[in-house]
Design a binder for this molecule. Structure first.
Ligand code: CAA
Length: 258
């Protein structure tokens, strides 16, 4: 276990875990926390001993959004000069799978963090929302874009304009989260998924993520060309030879990520 200023991190069974750790302010994401999350993810992205990452809060809260106290006195120019959201862009470039394990509030910037992950496991007590409209602002780290892609224009506008919180059940029924489980099982469920993905052929997992991401932002034709090249590229790997040979020989494959 490693204690940074705003997060705790550890690894187990090839899974890297980031636990948000500012409980006094409901894990509000200040700039230091975003930096620490990104630094850890980028480090693990280059570390062969980590295959999958999990971001989680505690049993009561994932996070109540960006740190409002920190932002309150900002102005447009200071935000531009700070390049406030540049680190969020880098999150999209992390190659390994990231799972958000969410209990309780997941609001504003925290909802954007969860939506930037690849999968979301939610507790029945989870509440997702964009309350920025109540503060006289709006999401700035992908919220309007990602929610609209997931739910469609009208539903996204409803949640963004009303600033209300959606339940985990609603989020699940509308394609926002992958699984809903009892609050005490959230981390266990995320870990179970992570361990299973960690056992898959690493290059397949990596290129599947890249291809799926491509399909979100490009035409079907373009995304399919990209998918095809990735499919061909996997035939340059030892794991493809091993995976198919193991099938023919009726045994479990031993993947190396090469
Ligand atoms: N930033 C800074 N501090 C926060 C915070 C936040 N986002 N959310 C909660 N806190 C602090 C509170 O100020 C409070 O601190 P004190 O004990 O020192 O007063 C502590 O955490 C506990 O919070 P509450 O007493 O408010 O707890 P509650 O259970 O009564 O209410 C809540 C919970 C409904 C989530 C409420 O805290 C709340 O509305 N928080 C703000 C949610 C929000 O607006 N998030 C969006 C932020 S903007 C953003 O994220 C922009 C972006 O896109 C990047």
């Amino acid at each position: 276990m490693s204690n940074k200023e705003t997060i705790q991190t550890w690894t187990e069974d090839g899974v890297g875990v980031i636990q948000l750790n500012r409980p006094k302010v409901l894990n509000a994401l200040n700039r230091k926390m975003v930096t620490e999350i990104l630094q850890t993810m980028e480090e693990w992205d280059r570390d062969d001993s980590v295959s999958v990452m999990i971001v989680t809060g505690n049993a009561k809260v994932f996070a109540a959004g960006a740190d409002i106290a920190e932002m309150a006195e900002d102005d447009a120019i200071s935000l531009e000069l700070l390049n406030q959201f540049a680190e969020w862009d880098r999150l999209a470039w992390v190659k390994k799978p990231i799972i958000a394990a969410v209990n309780g509030y997941c609001l504003g910037g925290a909802f954007e963090l969860a939506l930037s992950c690849d999968l979301i496991v939610a507790g029945e007590n989870a509440q997702f929302g964009f309350p920025e409209v109540n503060l006289g602002v709006m999401p700035g780290a992908g919220g309007t874009v990602r929610l609209t892609k997931l739910m469609g224009r009208a539903k996204a506008l409803e949640w963004l304009w009303l600033g209300e919180y959606m339940t985990a059940k609603y989020a699940n029924e509308n394609g926002v989260v992958n699984r809903v489980v009892a609050p005490e099982l959230v981390f266990e469920e995320a870990l179970k998924m992570a361990r299973k993905i960690a056992k898959q052929a690493p290059l397949s997992v990596r290129l599947i993520k890249e291809s799926v991401n491509k399909s979100v932002d490009h035409s079907v034709y373009e995304a399919m060309q990209f998918e095809r090249k990735n499919f061909y590229m996997l035939f340059a790997s030892e794991d493809q030879k091993e995976g198919m040979k193991a099938f023919v020989e009726k045994r479990k494959p031993q993947f190396k990520g090469k």
